[in-house]
Design a protein around this ligand. Structure first.
Ligand code: FES
Ligand SMILES: [Fe+2]
Length: 361
């Protein structure tokens, strides 16, 4: 092997993408909203970090680092009091900002603060921002950005590979023909929404007898839209369907130990008024689940055994290279301690950039 090809190979490897020790700073799904009732506290391990999450009287979910700054008791053993949390062990109390507001045996407070994490809810899910101040909104369906939505949960799953690798399936144009029997070639257009979000979209016309098109045939006459919006390289929202009825499926993924994936499918549709609207939405969400299952089904065994290494990209893999670049550019944190790690490539063109340029030429 000559020096040149060695350097090309080392450049193929990535700093953030498919790295089991890193993840992109962002919003990640924690637990479904309905699993945390008012006055409840639960323990949670997210991206290697141990947390305690509770819901106060005001209905707001609050996330703390798990261990009490007094002696290290797990705070999920504690008790919610109004909008604060009291440690089980020696009864120190912390408000929603993490400030210690009561040390019973001293009869006064102490100037200590627990680490808290920004916490918000959307689509029936509690999400946690892994940095100090959220830099971006919660993952959302671009088409429904300003709409009120109904949501339901689909499958929850574990995959034997990294979330980044699971995510690229949705823009792997090549495999739509080989695995999912799509009758048409798919070409994606890319649109970077912000530093942490990117959309790949395609409008396919026509088509004949694939199972997927059959499934949605009753609903479409002309055009079928297919687009994927990625957030933090880890949560993807598929929008698919004919012009008058789009289905929205969010695959919310997070990294597990050893570079595996834990995912939750969220089915989303625009809120419709009245009891009829409510009923129609139940049917639509049920249909959305069928579409989501169809997407997830064909590839299951690949994600059990794949050792991702895109050694030989062809033109149909262009979107995948672009997605990898997008992930490489984002701010990465270290698994477990959530400390910032430097993730930028040095000067010069990487192997991937070269490939993208070649394909665009
Ligand atoms: S360990 Fe929490 S109050 Fe002592
Ligand atoms: Fe697939």
């Amino acid at each position: 092997m000559n020096v040149n090809s060695q350097s090309v190979n080392s450049n193929r490897h990535t700093k953030n993408f498919n790295n089991p020790e890193r993840f992109i700073e962002g919003w990640y799904w924690a637990i479904p909203s309905h699993k945390l009732r008012v006055n409840q506290v639960k323990s949670l391990t997210l991206l290697g970090r141990e947390l305690a999450i509770y819901r106060g009287k005001d209905g707001k979910a609050v996330t703390f680092d798990a261990y009490c700054p007094h002696m290290g008791a797990h705070l999920a053993e504690g008790k919610v009091e109004d909008n604060a949390l009291r440690c089980f062990f020696h009864n120190w109390k912390f408000d929603a900002d993490g400030s210690c507001v009561d040390v019973p045996c001293l009869g006064e407070t102490l100037p200590i603060k627990l680490k808290t994490w920004p916490t918000a809810e959307k689509y029936g899910m509690i999400w946690i921002w892994t940095g100090k101040t959220p830099q971006q909104p919660l993952p959302f369906v671009p088409e429904l950005a300003d709409a009120e939505c109904d949501a339901a949960f689909g499958a929850r799953f574990v995959k034997n590979c990294h979330p980044n690798v699971v995510m690229i399936n949705a823009i792997d144009a090549h495999h739509f023909n080989t695995v999912h029997n799509f009758p048409v070639d798919i070409v994606f257009e890319r649109q970077e929404v912000n530093e942490n979000a990117i959309i790949f979209s395609n409008t396919t016309r026509g088509g004949d007898n694939s199972l997927f098109l059959k499934l949605i045939r009753p609903f479409y006459k002309n055009a079928v839209t297919y687009s994927m919006c990625y957030w933090y390289g880890s949560t993807g929202t598929v929008t698919v369907g004919p012009d008058f009825l789009h289905f929205h499926i969010m695959f919310a993924l997070r990294l597990l130990e050893g570079g595996k994936t834990e995912g939750q499918t969220i089915l989303i549709t625009q809120k419709r008024p009245g009891i009829h609207g409510w009923l129609l939405n139940r049917i639509l969400l049920w249909l959305t689940n069928l579409v989501g299952n169809y997407f997830a089904k064909g590839d299951t065994r690949i994600f059990q055994t794949i050792k991702f290494d895109l050694k030989t990209p062809i033109k149909a893999d262009l979107s995948i290279l672009q997605f990898i670049q997008h992930v490489e550019k984002q701010k990465a944190l270290a698994w477990g301690n959530w400390q910032l790690v430097m993730a930028r490539w040095g000067d010069g063109e990487t192997w991937r950039e070269g490939k993208v340029r070649e394909m665009n030429d």
